[in-house]
Write a protein that binds this ligand. Sequence first.
Ligand code: C2O
Ligand code: CU
Ligand code: CU
Length: 508
Amino acid sequence: MCFTMRTGVCSPPRMRRPAHIPRSTCRRPAAWCVALPLFLFLTALPGAPGAVAPAAARQAGAPGPSSSDTLTSPPVLANLSGKPGVVELRLTAAPARLELVPGKPTDAFAFNGTVPGPTIELREGDSVIIHFRNELPEPTTVHWHGLHLPAGADGSPLHPVPPGGSQDYVFNVGPGTAGTYWYHPHPDRTTTEQVAKGLFGALIIRAAHDPLAGIPDRLLILSDNRFRPDGSVDMPEPTSLAAQYDAENGREGNVLLVNGRAMPTLSIRRGELQRWRIINASAARVYRLAIPGEKLIHVGSDSGLFEHPREVDDLLLANSERVEVLVRGTGEPGRRTVLQSLPYDRYDPHTRPPDWNQPRDLLELRTSSDPPVSGLSVPATLRAIPAIDTTEIAERRVIVFSQGLINGKAMDMHRVDISARLDTTEIWQIENVVGMDHPFHLHGFRFQVLDRDGVPEPYVSWKDSVNVPKHGVVRIVVRFEDYAGKWMFHCHILDHEDMGMMGILEVR
Ligand code: C2O
Ligand code: CU
Ligand code: CU
């Protein structure tokens, strides 16, 4: 299928590899890549592991963000309930005129008037009710990405909220689900545009007993965008070449933002440990995160902490994935290091942006002149994660990702693609048969990765999204617990999702 079918232009790159052509030599019509306009403002980027020495200590009197920091966090959404264990929130999506880039007002869409939207803070065991109001001129939903909740509260495209409409999202926060999540709209076919206009925010679930309590948290929501000279969000004309690139690569922007700000600064004391919760809220950009010259201590992924920390040089963060890392302050006061996104080739060669191989700066980390902190170490064990029992597998399924299609089909809201039984365990083998990466995401149920290209996953973790590299195969195991209903599974490149690279799982 041709990705630009809906635009009516058709000489787009076709990504499906004909069966007789070996993977490495898959060739495509070259004509339009000759015209590959170097001016395309699509920029791009970003593609590892070890162990950390044990011990334990608490960072007593850990400093909050310094006043010179330009990294700011979105406001935390106020809880209207006074009852313990009950969280009642109000969230409104509405048009807003905001300075998304300095000095240029943008006609944006915002949750409660801010981009990113307010941060939702929950605790394991909470009963949650979120009163949502849609003041946008179009239908929307709020999807709580990664949460395990009733299907009717999932904010999937099956439950649109009309303009002027309201919906209460009601759910409980399960034990053992502490982690970093996020929320975003999920309307039928218009998710890319609504997210580009500013609708996304973080959701953090805190643990009853957090092994890293005492280490200060920093939230880093990564997004990218493209603006016209007048400050408006640049969505391409449907028939333009830029639209074809977006359809193929997913929409990337040349402006990279952390919590809505380009290249903010953050300070850290010598010896201090900070816990960074990083969310990839970009429609299509994949980040290969590194602080050159420093190690990152990778402590968690989509749905919370690992069993043990791992020391790494860099971390791949595909669309909608999250990581938790510990960063340590090093060097003399005034030392500056940069959190970067290193080159990572997720692209098909024919639509790969010309500057894909350039590192991009995200945030500057400064060692402050405050007195150093000493004696801090990282606990060797964070929590126990039992591996999902695979002795009884109800179904083994193969999910084939081709360009824009899943198992050869485009999304149909009235079709059920996979039927599964409640309280059973399944293994899904996700095969990407084309020459660009597609990140897989499943709603409602977190899973564990078994292996990637046959290589067993070296550690157990809870995931809801996993990148499936070009021509790669990832196997996951998932248990369908608690909630019957219809759930989406899809590629989390938002343009691909909008164009139908999505299917429906019904759990009964
Ligand atoms: Cu982040 Cu179907 O969603
Ligand atoms: Cu989701
Ligand atoms: Cu995709």
